[in-house]
Design a protein around this ligand. Sequence first.
Ligand SMILES: Nc1ncnc2c1ncn2[C@@H]1O[C@H](COP(=O)(O)OP(=O)(O)O)[C@@H](O)[C@H]1O
Ligand SMILES: Cc1ncsc1CCOP(=O)(O)O
Ligand SMILES: [Mg+2]
Length: 262
Amino acid sequence: MDDGGAYLATMRRTAPLVQCITNFVAMNVMANVLLAAGASPAMVHDPEEAAEFAAIAQALTINIGTPDPRWVEGMLAAAEGAARAGVPWVLDPVAVGATAFRRDIGARLLALRPGVIRGNASEILALAGAAARGKGADSADPVAAAEDAARRLAQTSGAVVAVTGPVDYVTDGARAFRIANGHPLMPKVTALGCSLTGVVGAFVAGQPRLEATVAALACFGLAGEIAARAARGPASFQTAFIDALHAMTPDDLTLGARVEAA
Ligand SMILES: Nc1ncnc2c1ncn2[C@@H]1O[C@H](COP(=O)(O)OP(=O)(O)O)[C@@H](O)[C@H]1O
Ligand SMILES: Cc1ncsc1CCOP(=O)(O)O
Ligand SMILES: [Mg+2]
C-alpha cells in the first residue's frame, strides 16, 4: 500500500459521477471538495429519482446528518438501486448513536450492505452496537477505542470500515492500515468529514475498496497538512484545503502518504 498516487491518478482519469445524499450543512462544501479532487458530484436525494440516478452514477454516498422521513426513503431507494446496478456505495453515519431515529436509520442502511462505512470513532462504535460517547456530529472517543469495533463491523457487514481522527484506521475485517496524515484544523471546519466520505466514494468507483479507501484518506489528510501551512484559522483553512486538493499530483500523494499496516 505504498502507491496511493496510482489510485488518485485513476480517479482523476475517470472523473467519476458521485451521487451524494448528504446533509444541509455539507451540500456546498462537499460538492466543491469533490470537484477539486477531480470527481463530478451530484446531490440527488428525492425518492422519485434517487434509485434511478444511482444506476447511472459510478458511486453513491449516503450521509444521515440532517435526516427526515422523506430523505430516509430516498436513502433506502438509492442504496437498493446502487446494489441492483453494482454501484459501490459509502455510508457516513453522522451522530448515529445520538437518537433512536438515527439508530434505526443506521441499522436499515447497514442491512443494505454498504461497500464502505466512514465515520469518526464515536459513530463507528455506535453503529457497531458498542458504548459510544459521541457529542452530536463530533467524536468524544479516541480512534484506538473503536478499532476492535471497526474490525467486527467489517466482518459482520462485509464493508470496509474507516475510522477517522488524528490517525485514521481502515480495515476490511482481515487486513488493516493506519493513516497518519491530517491536521488539527480539519475537525474545526464543519462538513469536512462529510466531504471526505464523498472523496472515498470517488476513489472506490471502479477500484479495490480497501486500497482505494486508504488512498482517499491519505490524499485528504495530506491536503489538510498542505493547507495548514497557508491558513490563518479555520476559514482560510477551508479555502486553502480546496486549493491543495486541486493542486495535489499523484506523485505528491505517493511521497506524502503516511500509511502503515496495522
Ligand atoms: N486532530 C486531528 N489531527 C489530524 N487530522 C484530523 C484530526 N481530526 C480529524 N482529522 C482528519 O479530518 C478528517 C475528517 O475526520 P473526522 O473529523 O474524524 O470526521 P467527522 O467530521 O465526520 O467527525 C479526516 O481526514 C481525519 O483524518
Ligand atoms: C454540524 C452538523 N449537524 C448535523 S450534520 C452536521 C455536519 C457534520 O459534518 P462533519 O461530520 O463532517 O463534521
Ligand atoms: Mg461526520
